[in-house]
Ligand binder design. Structure first.
Ligand SMILES: Cc1cc2nc3c(=O)[nH]c(=O)nc-3n(C[C@H](O)[C@H](O)[C@H](O)COP(=O)(O)O)c2cc1C
Ligand code: SF4
Ligand code: SF4
Length: 268
């Protein structure tokens, strides 16, 4: 079984959950598993049997760039046997993203055999600590232990021929889609330009944030970091800066990045 693990990940959670799927498949001797970061991959996919597609949750739905990627690079002619599993990571409460992604993929004519949301560490504390305060390492570890158990449950079912879709209220899913579309128009595109700033004394002009922004929304102009209006609010830039030079609405913050956490190593 040839599997593609398609993921977008701003701060590392969704990628890490993708690795949990991969570990499961390798343990079951399904050795052909390709991890594909959709923010950098620019080639059509062929001959996959299973595609597992995961994004973070933004305003209760999945990240739009996954829809664009699948539409552009995955078609039935090149992947005649392909079936999908969709997942999202989210920081609190409910997410409908696994279902909005399922809906989109089903409309393209693919069969979706699994869909699930996973509660992961939240990176939203920078914007609103009341919604979900920053979790400590013990809490993060517990969340990932639960995710590992849930991935196993989902995959055991799907690989044994069952369809396993985590159901949610259809009305709330539609509501989430509407709120997400409105917020994208009203705010998200301009998120970094309106709320982020960089401390020129801390910034070493290393260009890490410029190169890592998935939307090419950041530039160094006359020695200063500047943002355009093509942001997706993925939060990667502010958490990846080696100098922690970013501020949100003028306030500095403690960074979160699953890719850089020691806990990420311990979990492997
Ligand atoms: C702009 C933004 C909006 C978010 N909206 C939600 C949300 O509506 N519901 C939720 O549970 N988590 C929300 N989150 C939290 C993220 O979905 C969560 O931390 C996710 O695991 C991040 O994945 P990543 O590390 O792969 O980027 C939001 C995060 C950001 C940055
Ligand atoms: S500028 Fe926007 S899209 Fe680019 S990394 Fe920062 S938050 Fe993400
Ligand atoms: S990553 Fe940080 S230090 Fe590097 S250019 Fe961006 S703001 Fe400056």
């Amino acid at each position: 079984m040839k599997t593609a693990l398609l993921y977008f990940s701003g701060t590392g959670n969704t990628k890490r959950v993708g690795e949990v799927f991969k570990d499961y498949l390798l343990e079951k001797k399904h050795n052909e598993v390709d991890m594909i970061d959709i923010s950098t991959h620019r080639q059509s996919l062929s001959n996959y049997d299973l595609l597992i597609a995961g994004t973070p949750t933004y305003t209760m739905t999945s990240s739009r760039n996954m829809n664009d990627f699948i539409q552009m690079y995955v078609n039935k002619t090149n992947n005649p046997k392909a079936q999908f599993i969709t997942y999202v990571t989210h920081g609190w409460g409910h997410s409908y993203g696994h279902l909005t992604l399922q809906e989109f993929i089903t409309k393209l004519g693919f069969r979706v055999i699994g869909a699930q949301s996973f509660l992961a560490p939240s990176n939203f504390y920078v914007y609103n600590e009341k919604v979900q305060p920053k979790q400590n390492e013990v809490e993060i570890r517990r969340l990932y232990e639960k995710i590992t158990i849930d991935v196993k449950g989902l995959m055991d079912a799907c690989l044994n021929g069952y369809i396993r879709i985590e159901k949610k209220s259809t009305f709330k899913k539609q509501q989430a889609k509407l709120i997400s579309a409105l917020s994208r128009k009203a705010f998200i595109n301009q998120f970094s330009a309106k709320t982020l700033s960089v401390d020129g004394d801390k910034c070493t002009r290393c260009l890490v944030c410029v190169k890592k922004c998935p939307n090419k929304n950041i530039a160094l102009i006359d020695g200063n970091i500047r943002f355009s209006k093509n942001c997706s609010a993925c939060s990667r830039c502010m958490h990846i800066c080696p100098q922690n030079a970013y501020a949100y609405r003028g306030k500095t913050f403690e960074q979160y990045n699953m890719n850089q956490q020691s806990i990420s190593e311990q979990l492997k």
